[in-house]
Design a protein around this ligand. Structure first.
Ligand code: NAD
Ligand code: TYD
Length: 358
């Protein structure tokens, strides 16, 4: 049994779906269902006893303690976080609460549980913390990609709060011996990505005939990884990662934002030509830059490749085509997110997925 936190979000729900497609080991999924949590992502698991959903906060130490005592997981995988940089600029407090204070309470509950385990269970237990390359800050154009020893230099309230959580996780290993693993991954894209982030926002805006808002000059560089490749990296690190170690995860796919937007427009021009003719590129609009906008992220994924033999399965070309196709065939999912009914969906299904299942 695994305890997954934040498993109704973008990466967490992909992880839960992929895990249960490959394994019968059950998952308890603890998620607060903020605006970013969408149980509709997991609707294919309705009635599947291997998935127990619990609505709750990682910062609720009593709830986490009860879940751990009841389900006796062999590992905790922490996806739960506030994750959107722009939101962290407008309102950092939720980021401090969940990413720092919440992670602290989660660690405390896990430490108490782990201390009480018998020898074999104790030795096999893992706490895997899912983090981001943004903790390393911004790279110069010709600088080498981030390795695991790159100094932390977070620049946004989001990345600063993730950096703080990484430090707490590290300290629980060094001080208390908690068997932790940390992954720092680059930008993900793929199915179930909330349309506030670059790639899904551009797809849904393009289809709706709305402007495609490119921040600043559009030359900021991100290193993109298909979400299912991130999930396979997490499975590898969980299975064979060395205790206390950090693994950078990335797709060797550095692209300026403007290139991403052009690629999306070209794919849409091909797969869903504009009704009135012309290219979706005509909708590109340059808007005011994000304050403190990091210029470049790039991950050196040599360590996870060398030590664990992990490699991404998708190239950017195959992954982005799959992603555009997914959005084209999941117009209902997009509509439910946009009109807010995904939140009602949660209420409707809450009865069968409540904490009563604990
Ligand atoms: P997301 O915003 O889509 O999902 C976050 C999930 O956490 C949501 O379901 C939300 O309801 C839940 N949550 C928020 N606060 C909570 C709390 N206090 N208690 C319990 N649940 C809570 O985020 P994502 O993109 O899926 O990212 C997941 C993790 O991966 C985050 O830790 C993020 O920092 C990290 N990460 C994301 C990316 C990326 O490109 N999206 C890249 C690298 C690392
Ligand atoms: P985002 O998807 O928010 O991820 P992050 O900021 O965590 O990297 O943004 C990716 C890049 O795209 C980032 O450089 C900001 C830029 N961007 C735009 O140009 N326009 C947009 O509307 C959004 C949401 C992002």
């Amino acid at each position: 049994m695994l305890l997954v936190t934040g498993g109704a979000g973008f990466i967490g729900s992909n992880f839960v779906l992929d895990w249960l497609a490959q394994s019968d080991e059950p998952i308890v999924n603890l998620d607060k269902l903020t605006y970013a949590g969408n149980l509709e992502n997991l609707s294919s698991l309705d009635g599947d006893k291997r998935h127990v959903f619990v609505k709750g906060d990682i910062g609720d130490a009593a709830l986490v303690a009860r879940l751990l005592a009841t389900h006796q997981p062999r590992a905790v995988i922490n996806f739960a976080a506030e994750s959107h940089v722009d939101r962290s600029i407008h309102g950092p407090e939720d980021f401090i609460q969940t990413n720092i204070v919440g992670t602290f309470h989660l660690l405390e509950a896990v430490r108490a549980y782990w201390n009480g385990l018998q020898d074999v269970a104790k030795a096999g237990f893992r706490f895997l913390h899912v983090s981001t390359d943004e903790v390393y800050g911004s790279l110069g154009r010709d600088a080498a990609a981030f390795t695991e020893t790159h100094a932390y230099a977070p620049n946004s309230p989001y990345s600063a709060s993730k950096a703080a959580s990484d430090h707490l996780v590290r300290s629980y290993h060094h001080t208390y011996g908690l068997p932790v693993l940390t992954t720092n991954c680059s930008n993900n894209y793929g199915p179930y990505h909330f349309p506030e982030k670059l790639i899904p926002l551009m797809i849904v805006n393009a289809l709706a005939g709305k402007p495609l808002p490119v921040y600043g000059d559009g030359q900021q560089i991100r290193d993109w990884l298909y979400v299912k490749d991130h999930c396979s990296a997490i499975r590898e690190v969980l299975a064979r990662g060395r205790l206390g170690e950090v693994y950078n995860v990335g797709g060797w796919n550095e692209k300026p934002n403007l290139d991403i937007v052009h690629t999306l427009c070209q794919l849409l021009d091909e797969l869903r030509p504009k009704a009135g003719g012309g290219s979706y590129q005509s909708q590109i609009t340059y808007v005011t830059d994000r304050p403190g906008h990091d210029r470049r992220y790039a991950i050196d994924a040599s360590k996870i490749e060398r030590e664990l033999g992990w490699r991404p399965l998708e190239t950017f070309e195959t992954g982005i085509r799959k992603t555009v196709a997914w959005y084209l065939t999941h117009a209902d999912w997009v509509a439910n997110v946009q009109n807010g009914s995904y939140l009602e969906w949660t209420t409707k299904h809450y009865g069968q997925t409540s904490e009563a299942a604990v």
